[in-house]
Design a binder for this molecule. Sequence first.
Ligand code: GLA
Length: 434
Amino acid sequence: MNPSVKLKFAERYGSEPLIIHAPGRINLIGEHTDYNDGFVMPAAIHMGVQFAFAPSQAAETSIYSLKYDEAFRVDLSKPGKVAQPGWANYFLGILHQLNERGLKTGNFNCVFDGDLPTGAGLSSSAAMECGFVFGLNELFKLGLTRLEMIHMAQWAEHHYAGVKCGIMDQFSSMMGKENHAFMLDCRSLEYEYLPLSLGDYTLLLCDTNVKHALSSSEYNTRRNECQQGVAVIAQKYPEVKSLRDLTAAMLPEFKDELPGVIYNRCRFVVEENNRVVEAGKDLKRGDLVAFGKKMFAAHEGLSKLYEVSCEELDFLVELAKESNGILGARMIGGGFGGCTLNLIRGSVVPSLVKSAGLAYYNRFGVEMTHYAVSPGKGTSGVAGYRSNSLNDYIDWVGVKSIYRITMQGRIYTTYIMKKALHLQSFLSGWPDSN
Ligand code: GLA
């Protein structure tokens, strides 16, 4: 946890803030399927964005980025998009929607910072949106549910950041659970938590430290290409409302009807959706070998059919294939740079990081960085925080009950020990301590 937001808040505004942590995410499998109403298998991670918030008596709202050492003053009645600083738009998008919903906040101060590398495909922007809306919801008792906040965060990304993303990132940041991934149906939004018991294996991110400029425009292009595919397919199969409804059996019928590129996009989405469902079964069976193979297959599809990979990512996945102790590896997130996710035996991590880092540097002249990741919980308050939402209240009551039972256990244990001592002294004829 980053203590600096609290310290900086005290230094700038001199009051006790509410602290919120919003995590980034990894995605085990199911890439570019969310906006096609398909399946994904993400997990929130421990790295994320931290916020300090408190109401302000001043006539303005101020948001301060510790990372950029930059403050932004907001007129809450006019939260329009701004050219600079870019980071403010994630927050302005949220404030715009609060206004649209007639939800009023008073002025407030906010300091934020994060340990998520930006451009690494770990959803730093979703963490910014989710943490911000969550914090305001708590601070001003707005009564928003987590699902409403997820939709508001996604809206901010579409309209203020210009990326027509699916729902995976915001959902993961809000709904993550410690030591669990989850399988999400992006159409119904039904989800199932899947315990991640990896035994000797672990999850390792290798960061290419490149982000090719075309990423957000190409992202929106992919989304359009999928819609073009659906438009053609729906003429024959009106029940196909999105690529989620296209089956592997229908696909060959469109081989000559669809332009090659569109056909490949459709094929990838059909195959990837099936992979997620099957990978869920692998995980439940504890078959990590089968799971890892699907990760490699997913990367192949992302690279060759969906064309969202890049030389650097392909290079790291190829290295992973040749390395002992790696069951699977693939790019994660939107693509065109960022990280690969590796399912790797814990004992080989140091040697892999060394050899892959060297090979990567020799090939591209860029440092590869790495992060060991484990699934963490979704957006929540930190240290001394009390929630207004029912779910969080239940969590808190749960923790409190465990505490009470433990305390009672200690009282009973002391009582029984005292009685035993009493009995022993009685039997031996010694005076006891009472
Ligand atoms: C980005 C988007 C997500 C998802 C992934 C690709 O992270 O924000 O909605 O589409 O790319 O799976």
